[in-house]
Design a protein. Sequence first.
Length: 319
Amino acid sequence: MSLAIITTTNEGNILAADSMETYRNALGDTREGSMTRMKLFQLSSRVGAVSCGLAFLDNKNIHQQMMMFKKEHKLEGLPVADVVDKLYDFFYAKYQDYLKKAAERKVKSLEKRGKTDIQTSVELEVITANFKENGKAKEKKYYMPIIEILIAGHDPDGTNHVYKIVIPDPKEKNGIVEKSKEGQPGATWIGQTEVLVRIIRGWSPQIKRSKHIKEMPDKARDELLKHIDDQESLVNLVSMTFQDAIEVAELAFKTTESIQRMTDGTWQLPGASPGVGGPVDVAIITPEKGFVWIKKKKLIVEGPDIDLDALPDLPSANA
């Protein structure tokens, strides 16, 4: 599932993402697919992004899709909001095609198992199949992985922004949300954030979803949740330097990876698979320097390493 973080301080933005990729095999087991997946991307000289969630679209990984997006759109010099809008449209269209093909595969799978009168419908990331089994009406829901993307950068006038994209949520309803306006200090994270939330906020997000709390009287529940929220640690992002923020991010990744390795869910929700690990890529974005890589994976085989993105593309066959 991954973990990605964007932190905004008075100096600019710090972007960080892990490298672990997982998948479910034919038996439904979660397996490690890669420890070198790229999830941090430079979109222009002033804008970058990190991603979590669905790893492949149209037989291409998200890194490949991001490179296609950059080739298809002229992003240099655009305000951050315009880059975000184009990025949402790009991935939303591809995700709808992904859902259509996934629904077709579900129909074929049900047909092989002897189901009849199969009808499918799609709402957000949920595919619902209605069919008949031995003459009886049945329904099955398939919850498909979503795509989360954080985008940070500076407008041409130097104004700083951080946005979050959630695919397939509608653009006007949580699909695009501005998380930091005009460089307001803060931190935003996506992916497997359970451990990080426990560290910073002092409680598990599962608490607010517990049946006991949901059934409490409104006033008592609101008071309890307020006391729970008051346990959040005070993090002085205003005074943090880039180095401070990078060290905080690395702590979050290392702690999450270690806790996931040692635990298997909670007593309330037992059973969990590690999804965070591998090298942590880090970049910063400043009004003066723009996007700058601090740490980036490279290809290496017992010798010199190679930054594939730094190599020039071959001439187009149509050129």
